[in-house]
Design a protein around this ligand. Structure first.
Ligand code: ADP
Length: 162
């Protein structure tokens, strides 16, 4: 069991500066952060899982301590398969709490060796979500403060704005 790996799971549809912030801060604490894109988030998503993995990899491939993978099925099974025991999640507002609380309790009940650790959002990103970025981007708003340039470009292509 490796104590120095954290699994950072999510939809990342698309990856935002808020996600990047949590991943970077996670790397201050853990040796390796595995950013795990949920395959079950394919439905109703803007980007396919493969597209998301490709974008995140292009953004992070200069850092061997930050790995990008996908997972299917139970998150705790995936965490254990990586020899890890920590799930890293971000918390933005009180509104995130109820859902995250439920998820963390469930995961811990299913697999007691796995713990979920939360990092509070940085104030700059407290209001930032993938859905709001998609909404603003779709309507032609400036999203350059919310996502890395590469993600902005891919979003604009999706919306036929580039
Ligand atoms: P999910 O569908 O699993 O919620 P998301 O891609 O929306 O996937 O989010 C993945 C994780 O990143 C979650 O823990 C979420 O709370 C966190 N997160 C998303 N946006 C931010 C942000 N702006 N600041 C901090 N954490 C964030």
């Amino acid at each position: 069991m490796n104590r120095h790996i954290a699994i950072y799971p999510g939809s990342f549809d698309p990856f935002t500066n808020g996600h990047l912030d949590i991943a970077r801060r996670g790397l201050e604490i853990f040796d390796t952060v595995i950013l795990a894109v949920a395959k079950n988030s394919e439905k109703n998503s803007l980007f396919s899982v493969a597209e998301r993995v490709e974008m995140i990899t292009r953004l992070t491939d200069n850092n061997p301590r930050l790995q990008v993978e996908t997972f299917d099925g139970l998150l705790v099974d995936y965490v254990v398969s990586k020899g890890a025991r920590v799930i890293l999640r971000g918390l933005r507002a009180v509104t995130d709490f109820e859902f995250e609380f439920q998820l963390a309790q469930m995961n811990h009940t299913v697999c007691s060796q796995v713990e979920t650790l939360f990092m509070m959002t940085s104030p700059n990103f407290a209001y930032l979500s993938s859905s709001i970025v998609k909404e603003v981007g779709r309507l032609g708003g400036d999203i350059s403060k919310f996502v890395p340039p590469l993600v902005r470009e891919e979003l604009m292509k999706k919306f036929g704005l580039l």
